[in-house]
Design a binder for this molecule. Structure first.
Ligand code: FAD
Length: 404
């Protein structure tokens, strides 16, 4: 392999470039990224950067040592694949870029609402800096979506003295991620921070100076100085349409991040890998495809993707992990509870520190911790090993999370 192109300059793209070099790849390496900034980290954008405590989250990479050409502010617009294993060409605003190895790491883009009023999203450092300047004392900030990003923005805006309302279509915050039963446990956090939470409210459109609501509340408006929309993201795949790669919600890959051409025959393109927020990868651990939009996956999975691109044997089988800092709490989650049999409380959820464990039989599938970082670390180890636990001990917050 002599010519590798990485498309996407987020964490996954940077880590892929680093991993290729550390695994001995000596050929030409180019990273193309639509943003003009040097690659940077996104988690602080809804935390320290928005709060004004930090302004630079550039990823610490030695580009000279990596011998990586950076094409910043340039966008891939199409992909043409040559015969199997023979590379192809990325069409881009910088011209055609031929390759014999390709890393797709274009991440995800925020979903927006209809309407011609101004709506802020939070994906880039420019988004964060722009919104930061508008979070002034007394400003009426309406946030659509009580998910991870919505809760973090609400936290920061409330701290800055804004009048914050969060509007959520489901009956509780975090209903999609954690289910309503657990999401409901976070409702008091909003009031405690002085944030108004309105659940079961559907937004019809963002208008000038506020939101128009839909449904039974139709005709109602919520006035706002600024509207922030945090209703989820979609993988950035537009440029891959017509390429022949299998696209579902993300770029479909096998457990090594090699892209799949045909699901039925299992035909893969070993010369094209996809990783990070844009990839729907096969998880042997869970027996299905996962699309994980978390920092930890963008950090660690590219090592496997780079190995696979270089023809080495590698499979990614980690249990997902993420964290969120909201309303003065550190919330962490590891594993996957989509098919769990039951959940167990660990500590009183009306208190400051508690956790929820999801179990199937005596197997720990997932854990959510609130200000209990030690539980998280211990549980992550048990989940990774797949060793049995004692469900009674798991329910006791004074007993360490460990193998039975
Ligand atoms: P991205 O970071 O999205 O990078 C993709 C890059 O590709 C972008 O620069 C994009 O402009 C570029 N690109 C897209 N299309 C093209 C194209 N056609 N041509 C060229 N370039 C293109 N995760 C956690 O676990 N915990 C957190 O607390 C947390 N907080 C977050 C807070 C915010 C505000 C955001 C936005 C995300 C947060 N995340 C968090 C998620 C985490 O940051 C992402 O999972 C991670 O950034 C994914 O990295 P990526 O490289 O796959 O994609």
């Amino acid at each position: 392999m002599n010519r590798v192109i990485v498309v996407g300059g987020g964490l996954a793209g940077v880590r892929a470039a680093e991993a290729l070099r550390s695994k001995g790849y000596e050929g030409a390496l180019t990273l193309v990224s639509a943003e003009r900034h040097m690659p940077y980290d996104r988690p602080p954008l809804s935390k320290a950067v928005l709060a004004g405590d930090s302004d630079d989250t550039t990823v610490d990479a030695d580009w000279d040592a990596l011998r990586c050409e950076l094409l910043l502010g340039e966008r891939a617009t199409g992909l043409r694949l040559d015969g199997p294993g023979r590379g192809g060409t990325v069409a881009s605003t910088a011209g055609d870029l031929p390759f014999d190895g390709l890393v797709i790491a274009t991440g995800a883009e925020p979903v927006t609402l209809p309407g011609d009023g101004r709506q802020h999203v939070l994906r880039t450092i420019d988004d964060s800096r722009d919104l930061r300047g508008r979070l002034t004392e007394g400003a009426r900030i309406v946030i659509v979506g009580a998910g991870w990003i919505g809760a973090e923005v609400a936290t920061t805006a409330a701290k800055k003295g804004c009048a914050v309302t969060v509007v959520e279509a489901a009956d509780t915050p975090l209903a999609v991620a954690l289910g309503q039963e657990i999401g409901a446990l976070t409702i008091p956090w909003y009031a405690e921070a002085g944030v108004e939470l309105r659940t079961g409210v559907k937004v019809a459109a963002v208008e000038h100076g506020g939101l128009a609501l839909a449904g039974p509340g139709g005709g109602e408006r919520i006035d706002a100085d600024e509207v922030v929309v945090g209703i989820g993201v979609r993988p950035a795949l537009g440029w891959l349409e017509g390429s022949g790669l299998l696209l579902e919600r993300g770029v479909v890959t096998d457990a090594s991040f090699r892209t799949v051409m045909d699901d039925e025959t299992g035909t893969v393109r070993p010369d094209v890998v996809a990783v990070g927020d844009c990839a729907a990868w096969w998880s042997d651990r869970y027996g299905r495809r996962l699309l994980v939009e978390h920092w930890d996956t963008a950090l660690n999975a590219p090592d496997t993707a780079a190995a696979a691109l270089l023809g080495q044997d590698a499979v990614y089988d980690a249990a997902p992990y993420f964290w969120s800092e909201q309303f003065g709490r550190m919330v962490q989650y590891a594993g996957n509870h989509a098919r769990s049999e039951r959940l167990v409380h660990r500590g009183d959820p009306s208190g400051r520190k508690w956790a929820i464990a999801w179990l199937t039989g005596d197997r720990l599938d997932a854990i959510l911790t609130v200000d209990r970082p030690r539980d998280l670390v211990q549980a992550r180890r048990v989940i990774a090993a797949g060793t049995p636990v004692d469900p009674e001990a798991i329910a006791d917050p004074d007993v360490a999370v460990r193998q039975a």
